[in-house]
Design a protein around this ligand. Structure first.
Ligand SMILES: [Zn+2]
Length: 221
């Protein structure tokens, strides 16, 4: 019974997520037509788990979000577009979101930021990946600063708000800008994120999605 109820909840939320994201996407296209957004979002799919790395650009400033692997490719992309990022942010610290951080951080000499509640997961990255995936990965990158719920991040003339959206991991964050929200692995187009990994919690994720992400107004800035 319980698993049927969980399955129904899952299906309902997946449907809700899909239609909500679709409406946000349509809204963002309308917004483009009426009023050009200040930040451009470039997406690079990186690494063996095909993680979305986002480059948010406003004029010549930028943020690198979730550089999960292939740092040389990300650096080449930034250089080709003559973009100088000011910081690197991970929406959470699963290895497929942070493997490219160290190279970009040291090459460009820019800080790396996460939510404090994901620090212990980052620090135990090597042993966890070895235990759960049988893979060997380099030591975790150094964290320069912590982000907290409600923080604002400036990028050019645009501002993003940090939302603490735990559940996929304890320190998962989403980043809400004008007309978009980057949710990391909390929410996908057709589903919600996994909660069976260490530190994950299904009820917490559902609360983050329903109370926080779904309550964002259409103009999320
Ligand atoms: Zn993840």
């Amino acid at each position: 019974m319980e698993s049927n109820a969980a399955g129904r909840t899952w299906n309902y939320l997946s449907h809700l997520a899909s239609s909500t994201l679709r409406s946000k996407f349509i809204f963002s296209l309308e917004q483009f037509a009426r009023d050009l957004p200040l930040a451009k979002i470039h997406t690079l799919v990186v690494g063996r788990l095909q993680t979305n790395c986002y480059i948010l650009q406003s004029d010549s400033t930028a943020l690198v979000i979730d550089p999960g692997d292939e740092p040389e490719r990300i650096l080449r992309f930034l250089s080709d577009l003559k973009i100088k990022p000011s910081q690197i942010i991970a929406t959470h610290t699963h290895f497929d979101h942070v493997l490219g951080v160290d190279k970009i951080r040291t090459t460009l000499k820019i800080p790396f930021l996460i939510h404090r509640d994901d620090l212990s997961m980052l620090e135990s990255m090597q042993s966890r990946v070895r235990e759960f995936m049988g893979l060997s990965v380099p030591p975790p990158p150094r964290v320069d600063r912590f982000l907290a719920d409600g923080d604002s991040i400036s990028i050019g003339q645009d501002t993003m708000r940090v939302l603490h959206t735990p559940g996929h991991s304890p320190g998962s964050i989403s980043l809400a800008g004008r007309g978009y929200v980057i949710t990391g692995d909390a929410l996908f187009n057709q589903s919600i994120g996994r909660t069976d990994l260490p530190g994950g919690d299904f009820d917490t994720l559902i609360r983050s999605i329903t109370d926080c992400l779904f309550s964002l107004p259409h103009t999320v800035s």
